[in-house]
Structures are given as C-alpha cells and as structure tokens.
Design a protein around this ligand. Structure first.
Ligand SMILES: *Cc1c(COP(=O)(O)O)cnc(C)c1O
Length: 376
C-alpha cells in the first residue's frame, strides 16, 4: 500500500475564509494571493474555491502560466512584474496584469511599443525598502504609464513591513508617505496584506491583497486562525508505522536528544523533514492521534517522527496522525519550529500526496459528485 502521508485540502474552507476577508474589508475588492502554488495548497485544488475573488495574484510568470493551464481566465496580477523585456510578450499572451516597481520596468514597457496589460499597477516604496519606486518619482512614472498607447488604467500599490503589529508606528508612516506620493493621481489603491486587513482599517482601500487568511491561517503572532473565525484549508496527516516500548533511561532518535525518564510507548509516524515536516521542532511539539494530543520526542528524521503515546493507550499501528490542520493549529507547530506558518505550508515536498475534500456544495447538488483527486 502507498505511504499514507497526505495533505487534505478543503476547498470549502477556502471559500469560507474568502467570505471572512470580505467581512473585514466590505468596501474593498479582494485580490486572492495564490503564489507558491497557493501557499503549498496546490493551485488546482484551491482555484475552484476562489472563483468569487475579484482577481488573483502570483509572484512569477510560471505561476501565472500554471493558472492559465488550468483553464482559469480570472484576472491575474504579476506581483513582481517582469525582469526581461521578452517576458512582456508572455504577459500579453497570458492576459496578465503587471506590477511596475522600478523605473527600469517603466522604460521597458515604453520601449515595448504597446501596452502589454489591460491594467498596470505602479508600486511605491513607502518604507519597507524591498520593491517599489521612490515616492518622489511616483507622479512622473504614473504620468508616463498613463501616456502609453491606449492610456491604460494605472493603479497604485504599496506593501507594509510590519502590519502584524497592531500599534506599529511604521504602518502609519508608510500610509502617510504613500498618500503624499500619490496625491492627485488617478487610479485605485491597494495596500493591505492579510495582517493589515485585520489590524489597520486605514489600509483597506479600493483593493486588499489577501494571502494567508484564505488558507485559514492567522498572520498575527499569538492568535490562531480559529480565533479569527477561519477554517484551516490544509490538514497534514501521516500514520503510525510502528509502536514500540522504550525503557526508562534510554534515549530516542538521532543525537540522543531525548531521554525517557520512565518507560514510554513510542509511536513512529510516517513523516519527516523529507516531506516538509520541520526538523527544527522541539521536544513536546503537539501532534494529534485520534482525539489525543501526543508530543514529539527526539529529533525529526528525514522519513519519520517519534512521538510519546502516553495518554493514548488505544493507538496502534496504522492509526492516522494529524501534524497540523483540523484540531491542531499550524500556528502552534510553527511556534514550536521557530518559524511562521507560511513557511510550513509552503515547503511540503513532492513526496506528500494531496487530496481535495469533496466540496459540500457539490455533495448537496448530487449532480457533480467528483472523484477524490489523488495526485502526486
Ligand atoms: C505575498 C504577498 C501578499 C500576501 O500576504 P499575506 O500576508 O499572505 O496576506 C500581499 N502582497 C504582496 C506584495 C505579497 O508579496
């Protein structure tokens, strides 16, 4: 039998989370960010749940191409724009919208001779100092873009460095700097990522860019998605491959990091860092076995994790184990791994199989009973 290490993806959760985003930003249109293969949830499984999004956004041309290959014709923004002039023809043929974050990109589009996209998004660096044009150049570059053939619509974008901090002065300064830079320019505004959607009402403009919230995950440290009314879109599961006895005083796993103080029943779970489960998790990191919460003991290895089955006497070989998702917030696991949940969901490897839960709407229809898609 195939190794049962799988990510269950719940499209209904994604659709629900989009509704929650709309509740937070009722006057904004929502750009659904699906870069990095929908934050590791897989584009093909997630896009059907985002048909109601006002547009999609990705980081790279390859990601946009993947969307088109799935037959999806929704508007797509290329958040990073393009590096090479030859990419403009691809942008045009895929029908993408384009971010311009550097004067060189504006010059590149001018040389192209046509307007490559129906709508352009000029990105202003309001203080994060990653991508974006300097505020004092915004008006001039905006005017040059408006002067392109067909006088395209040119929207105005910026990005926050620390929106997860509710009373962070930098966000207010970034908003003020942006507003000053774009004063008097026509075009719609788009500032807020997930954290700003929750924390900073002044950043909810014509558009918001929602990423992590759509997957049911909290962008705010110390809060879980469930506390925000979100539903996890991914549940990562593996199974118990073996249940063993470890005598008191013996150690478990590589480097003998963990020593059993008393005799333990130890479960060996079919997932490791080779699947994307983080090697950096500490002893005591929770996993779920049925209704019990068990704890990681010993180092994560490439293919396996060892857990203490105390409190779960019924558990036996073949039993399903949840690493994160329903009943176990990925935010908690991320904390135990000293990282952010974004990284955990994005870095599952090709060894993990994906399954979409059947959509409730489809099940109720009766008409569209889809087979469970089993890919990879
Ligand atoms: C990834 C990204 C987002 C989405 O961020 P979340 O925190 O996941 O909502 C928004 N804007 C830009 C420019 C991004 O790169």
């Amino acid at each position: 039998m195939a190794r049962n290490t799988l990510a269950r993806i719940d499209p209904d959760a994604v659709a629900h989370n989009l509704e929650i985003v709309r509740r937070h930003a009722p006057d904004s249109r929502v750009m659904a960010v699906v870069k990095a293969d929908a934050y590791g949830h897989r584009l093909d499984l997630v896009l059907p749940a985002l048909r109601e999004a006002d547009m999609l956004a990705v980081a790279t041309i390859d990601e946009a191409r993947a969307i088109r290959r799935l037959g999806n014709r929704q508007a797509v923004l290329l958040l990073e724009g393009v590096l090479d002039p030859s990419d403009l023809a691809i942008v045009e043929s895929l029908g993408l919208e384009l971010t311009l974050h550097h004067p060189d990109q504006v010059a590149m589009v001018e040389r192209y001779g046509r307007t490559p996209a129906p709508r352009l998004w000029l990105k202003v660096d309001s203080g994060m100092h990653r991508l974006g044009v300097e505020p004092h150049r915004a008006a001039e570059l905006h005017e040059r873009l408006r002067a392109l053939p067909g006088a395209p619509q040119v929207n105005l974008v910026s990005h926050f460095a620390s929106a997860e901090d509710a009373d962070d002065g930098l966000v207010q300064r970034q908003i003020a700097r942006f507003d000053k830079a774009v004063q008097g320019l026509d075009g719609e505004h788009c500032l807020a990522n997930s954290a700003a959607i929750l924390n900073h009402p002044a950043a909810r403009r014509d558009w918001v860019r929602a990423g992590i919230l759509l997957y049911g995950i909290s962008p705010l440290v110390g809060r879980t998605g469930a506390e925000l009314g979100l539903e996890p879109a991914m549940t990562l599961e593996a199974e118990l491959m073996a249940v063993n006895r470890v005598p008191a005083g013996d150690s478990i796993g590589y480097g003998a990091r963990f020593t059993a103080e008393r005799e333990l029943r130890v479960g060996v779970v079919s997932i490791g860092y080779g699947d994307g489960y983080p090697r950096s998790v500490v002893d005591g990191t929770p996993v779920r076995v049925g209704d019990c919460v068990c704890r990681v003991v010993g180092r994560v290895s490439m293919d396996m994790v060892t857990i203490d089955l105390a409190g779960c006497p019924e558990a036996c070989t073949g039993e399903s184990v949840v690493l994160w998702g329903r009943g176990l917030p990925v935010e908690t696991v991320a904390e135990c791994a000293d990282t952010i949940p974004y990284e955990l969901v994005c870095r599952l490897t090709r060894r993990v199989r994906y399954r979409a839960l059947r959509s409730r709407a489809a099940a109720e229809d009766g008409a569209a009973i889809r087979p469970i898609s089993l890919v990879r």
